[in-house]
Design a protein around this ligand. Structure first.
Ligand code: ATP
Ligand code: MG
Length: 226
């Protein structure tokens, strides 16, 4: 096992189920946190691992904040929840970063008995199901797809079509309050000096101002629903 799993070893042998919540978390917000908590409670998951990505290939259209900041904001945001942990597994592994590699490493750490989940917004599930290694990914874990604004579950079902039929036994759903919060919107708000209070934990808000993240009006036109 590589050094990138070091921060998971203390959980070894202590859990029956683990959920991975992957994301860019640029920045992490209440949409992510509410979704992870709803999934944990609904499926009685022992621990949720937040896994900040390296710069993912599909996000090359805007400058992703250095991993150090995204990791620290994720730690700050999850500190008050005893079931939430943050893993450096993708940040510390040499690029390119594939979810399948993360699943393999997590499986290795926790062993074959542990039930593995991958939590994501319904929009992200649609992406995942188009990956080339989708069969292997589906072998490795169960998915918990959260509805988010603009992606009702019926839409998910319609777009998945035959894929959903094939994998329906591996895809669970969780309904989260319609949170229209997105990192894109938060970045835009900061750049435009508009408030971000109550969209994300205060500690993360303070971190953003302290390190002057997102202040320069960049091309924040990447939108999650596009
Ligand atoms: P960006 O606007 O930069 O794309 P984002 O808000 O979509 O950011 P990501 O880090 O891309 O955040 O998302 C990580 C995961 O959280 C994805 O699975 C995404 O679908 C999910 N997610 C993001 N925002 C919400 C939300 N408001 N409600 C439920 N799930 C969400
Ligand atoms: Mg997104």
């Amino acid at each position: 096992m590589g050094p990138e799993v070091r921060d998971l070893l203390h959980l070894q042998g202590k859990v029956k189920s683990v959920a991975i919540m992957g994301g860019t978390f640029d920045p992490i917000h209440y949409g992510h946190l509410v979704t992870a908590e709803a999934a944990r409670v609904e499926y009685q998951v022992d621990k949720v691992l937040f896994v900040p990505n390296r710069q993912p290939p599909h996000k090359k259209d805007y400058p992703v904040t250095p991993a150090k900041h995204r990791y620290q904001m994720t730690v700050l945001a999850t500190i008050t929840n005893p079931y939430f942990y943050v893993s450096r597994i993708e940040i510390d592994r040499p690029a390119p970063s594939y979810t399948i590699d993360t699943l393999r490493s997590v499986r290795k750490v926790f062993g074959p008995e542990v039930k593995l989940y991958f939590i994501s917004g319904a929009d992200a599930i649609l992406d995942i199901l188009t990956w080339k290694d989708v069969d292997e990914v589906m072998e490795m874990c169960y998915f918990i797809a959260a509805t988010r604004p603009g992606y009702p579950l019926e839409e998910l079902g319609r777009r998945l079509g035959h894929l959903l039929e094939k994998y329906s036994h591996k895809v669970y759903c969780v309904e989260v309050p319609a949170l229209a919060i997105s990192s894109t919107d938060i970045r835009q708000r900061v750049a435009q000096n508009r408030p971000i209070k109550y969209l994300l934990p205060e500690s993360v808000e303070n971190y953003i101002y302290k390190y002057r993240l997102y202040h320069d009006e960049g091309n924040w036109n990447h939108h999650p629903l596009k």
